[in-house]
Design a protein around this ligand. Structure first.
Ligand SMILES: *Cc1c(COP(=O)(O)O)cnc(C)c1O
Length: 425
């Protein structure tokens, strides 16, 4: 505990960071050649990494669970090549809007789940017209009501597969998702005898899971809920979708400002911090997630409902498969560099709170030097980082931030600068 009784966020060990950085420096010639061909700034998507991640993820869960399906959460990286590569790896797609559904259909996906709150009638109609490839994960009783009307208007032979999402936390912002477990019986009574709608399963999802604790807690609760449901309901469940939210094993890397201590200092108006350090909230290897979640399901769910288990990972799959590259265009002081890309490319002020190393591929070195590295947008919040790995830095140097594949590319903004191209290798 620190002086003000906050748990102290652990430091990111320097040797682990150097090891991580070295692996990308080892591949610098490959990256430099691509930039030479396509120019800077650029995204590079490594499809082999994506495939390895998909393989590792499915292998971890398939080691325990007898029947599984995996769906990539398209919102985490909506580049069509990412989804296309994952389809090749045997994944289905988890879409959250009509736009994403259209994109999944165009990619030829045969197994799509459509989840998310507030689906419009147009979006539902699109799903109905592709009911052979789409399962709708309903978000409310109102949505079921609208789907009922829409299916009664469509071809009488249409059969739409649906599931229902359960709210994992009835308080705060997450209450917007799904129905509270108390409403499940009402939902069942509404859905069970509909001619064109087939109830197939349940979904829940929590995000930012650095450990499986929250998922396990909900699985226990779900066990109690199922215990109170009619036998016909439990018998009709063909899948339980336990969502995504798995945090990559390397943990959450933070700038001081992103730690609890840093946030507390900011609130108290004190701006001095351990700004030179990097921090890491540890995460859990995927094999441990798999084992722990299996044990929880085996204890609380499988005795009542033995069904296929679905997974919806986004971040874990795509995060390490895409990197961003940009070039120093101006050096305004020994410790102040402006680059040709702005953070509109990643869509948010990520690096004010998150830490990720900036690698100077033109002058590689495993020493990290302090230097403010900004983008070229007309806003001071356009920050890539406050340091770089390299011998030095000068105008024309090629810089890289590895592992920017999740919740960056999809969030890219049409703001001041054009968005960088994506090259798949
Ligand atoms: C965003 C989302 C996911 C993916 O979450 P990650 O943290 O990227 O794994 C999965 N399922 C649903 C319903 C989501 O909204």
């Amino acid at each position: 505990m620190s002086e003000n009784n906050l748990p102290v966020t652990p430091l990111l060990p320097g040797d682990e960071l150097a090891h991580f950085v070295a692996a990308y420096f080892d591949r610098k010639h490959l990256y430099q050649n691509i930039i030479q061909k396509y120019g800077s700034p650029l995204w590079i998507l490594e499809s082999s990494t994506l495939k390895q991640n998909a393989q590792k993820f499915t292998a971890a869960f398939n080691q325990f669970f007898p029947e599984t399906s995996f769906y990539f959460a398209m919102k985490s990286n909506n580049h069509p090549e990412v989804s296309a590569t994952l389809l090749e790896s045997g994944f289905g797609l988890d879409v959250s809007s009509g736009v994403e559904l259209t994109s999944a259909l165009a990619l030829g996906a045969k197994d799509i789940i459509f989840s998310g709150p507030g689906k419009t009638n147009e979006e539902l109609a699109l799903a109905i017209s592709h009911a052979d490839r789409t399962t709708i994960l309903l978000d409310s009783l109102g949505e079921l009501e609208r789907l009922k009307t829409l299916t009664s208007e469509s071809d009488s032979t249409t059969c739409v597969r649906v599931g229902i999402r359960l709210t994992t936390n009835p308080n705060g912002l997450w209450r917007k998702f799904g129905i509270v477990p108390e409403l499940l019986i009402t939902f069942w009574n509404e859905v069970k005898d509909l001619p064109n709608i087939r109830f197939k399963g349940l979904q829940f999802h929590s995000s930012w899971n650095l450990t499986p604790d929250r998922q396990v807690e909900f699985i226990c609760l779900l066990g109690k809920i199922l215990n109170r449901m009619p036998a016909r309901f439990n018998e009709s469940i063909e899948f339980i979708d336990i969502g995504g939210g798995y945090w990559p094993e390397e943990g959450e890397w933070l700038q001081f400002a992103g730690t609890k201590e840093g946030l507390a200092q900011k609130e108290s108006g004190n701006n001095q911090g351990a700004a030179d350090n990097h921090y890491r909230i540890p995460s859990t290897p995927i094999e441990i997630f798999a084992k722990t979640l299996y044990r929880a399901m085996d204890a609380h769910i499988f005795p009542q409902v033995n069904c296929r288990i679905c997974f919806e990972p986004g971040r874990w799959i795509c995060h390490s498969a895409m990197h961003i590259f940009f070039t120093a265009v101006d050096k305004k002081d020994h410790d102040l560099v402006i680059t040709d890309a702005g953070t509109n490319a990643i869509g948010w002020e990520r690096f004010e709170i998150d830490y990720f190393p900036i690698l100077n591929l033109s002058q590689s070195s495993l020493t990290e030097k302090a230097c403010d590295i900004f983008g070229s947008l007309c806003t001071p919040h356009d920050v890539w980082g406050y340091s770089y790995f390299g011998k030095d830095i000068k105008v024309g140097d090629l810089l890289m931030i590895p592992c920017q594949g999740s919740y960056t590319y999809s969030l890219g903004q049409n703001f001041i600068k054009p968005l960088p191209l994506v090259v798949k290798i």
